[in-house]
Design a protein around this ligand. Structure first.
Ligand SMILES: [Ca+2]
Ligand SMILES: [Ca+2]
Length: 467
């Protein structure tokens, strides 16, 4: 033990990478103390190219009623996938028929997310046939419900409700969508985040049928309009709404009375807000066993973070970047980490300068594997870094209190080797005759019985993680 300590002390003196610095606050690289997990994979399905470039999926989820998966492409296509991997087009949001031109230029704009009402396939219920889509649109004509009070009026982001007549039909057979919410975006980047119904809620629960809606801080960098912690602003929040209700300001959705600011006696605080202080809550997910609600909130230039979300939580942005005070794009304050009361700090976080990553690190997630169908991942929280395609795990029953020491890597078994997702994609690209990808754009998908899928935007392949 003392020998190891001595060796570590010697390294600390000669190797500056082990020290903290204002742009690299974590002294140990990722994955040095937690075990590496190696899993198998299968190529499960292939999504079609659009205009000659690979699919850009953000989300894949199960619809147990009709027994199929749904997956999107940011350019507006939504596909169904059978449980054995057969893909067909279900709905094209970008079709001229709907009058909702999808703004999908660059990497960050497009159809961000979607959710199926938990009663989607239950005839006679209020949620029957209801499908929700959160998308960026070029059409900025209609009056927005929420404005940022500055910026460049880049485009709008709209929450749309579609109603399928026969939810089991092969293609969407309903009419045009109903608009619930329209946001004016101040900048082109950081737009909608994930939307989802809490999968653990059941009819009769207060949370049943409420839709969680991730909304990024509006973009640019550093949250220049100081919106994320402003409880009068929609930006930098997770909303919780009742899409079938009508007591919102525009009368098009409901604001649940048990939301933290709905009945606080303060007019300016938005009743829709569930949590604040988020930068770019692009993905989130629940622990199916204990209900823990995790958000993967993309950081500025220094820290990526995975946090627990509770009603009324303030996750700190733009006063805090992870566990450290945010100073600028190039520095956090190393003094007094996690030092302000009332802020919800990350359970896990990692530095963008970690040697495993590459420029433009950005966190994604979140799947908590409880079903044990992939024994290596039993009781692990899965998240990852989407440009690099690195997948990480932490213990779902012993959540760390920040930092990256408790994070381990997940690699794929391929022949006799262990590979990253990016390495798998690159081999596939060579086989496909495409340009070889230099980033992964990893996101996760989930299926029945604990099935876990890995999406990317570089080779069109949906991979399933297997034991
Ligand atoms: Ca934006
Ligand atoms: Ca209020």
């Amino acid at each position: 033990m003392s020998m190891i300590r001595l060796a570590a002390a010697a390294l600390l003196i000669v190797t500056p990478v082990l020290a903290q610095s204002p742009d690299d606050p974590f002294p140990n690289p990722i994955g040095t103390s937690e075990a590496l997990i190696v899993v198998g994979y299968e190529e499960f399905a292939s999504l079609p190219d659009i205009a000659g470039s690979p699919a850009r999926p953000m989300l894949l989820i199960d619809e147990p009623g009709s027994g199929r998966l749904f997956v999107n492409d940011m350019r507006g296509a939504m596909y169904t996938v059978t449980y054995d991997g057969s893909v067909s087009l279900y709905l094209d949001v970008n079709s001229p028929r709907w009058g909702i031109p999808v703004e999908s230029s660059g990497r960050e704009r497009g159809m961000q997310s979607f959710a199926l009402h938990p009663q989607f396939d239950e005839p006679g219920t209020p949620g029957y046939g209801k499908l929700y889509i959160w998308t960026d649109t070029e059409d900025t004509g209609p009056t927005p419900d929420f404005t940022p009070g500055g910026g460049q009026d880049a485009h709008d982001t709209v929450l749309l409700e579609w109603t399928a007549l026969d939810p089991e039909a092969a293609t969407y057979d309903g009419g045009p969508p109903r608009q619930l919410i329209r946001l004016e975006q101040p900048f082109g980047n950081h737009n909608g985040g994930r939307i989802a119904f809490n999968p653990r809620s059941a009819p009769g629960d207060a949370d049943f049928g409420t839709l969680y809606v991730g909304i990024a801080d509006g973009g640019s960098g550093g949250d220049p309009l100081d919106l994320a912690q402003n409880l009068a602003s929609a930006f930098g929040k997770i909303f919780r709404i009742d899409p079938l209700g009508s007591n919102s300001a525009n009368g098009r959705y409901g604001v649940p009375s048990d939301n933290p600011y709905a009945q606080d006696g303060i007019d300016r605080t938005l009743g829709e807000i569930y949590a604040s202080g988020l930068r770019n809550p692009q993905q989130f997910g629940w622990d199916p066993r204990n209900g823990n609600f995790f958000v993967a909130d993309i950081g500025q230039n220094i820290i990526e973070k995975l946090s627990l979300v509770t009603a009324g939580a303030d996750l700190g942005w733009n006063s805090w970047e992870g566990s450290f005070r945010f100073l600028s794009r190039s520095a956090v304050d190393l003094a007094n980490p996690r030092g302000e009361r009332g802020i919800t700090y990350p359970v896990a976080e990692y530095g963008q300068l970690d040697p495993l990553l590459q420029r433009s690190a950005a966190v994604t997630g979140v799947v908590v594997h409880r079903e044990g169908t992939i024994p290596q991942l039993q009781d692990r929280v899965l998240f990852g870094d989407f440009p690099s395609g690195e997948i990480f795990h932490i213990d779902a029953d012993d959540l760390p209190a920040g930092g990256q020491n408790a994070m381990g890597r997940v690699l794929f078994r391929d022949g006799g080797e262990s590979k990253t997702l990016l390495q798998l994609i690159q081999a596939k690209n060579a086989e496909q005759g495409r340009n070889i990808a230099t980033r992964s754009d990893l996101h996760f998908g989930t299926g029945p019985g604990g099935r876990v899928f890995v999406l990317n935007k570089q080779d069109g392949v949906i991979r399933e993680i297997v034991r």
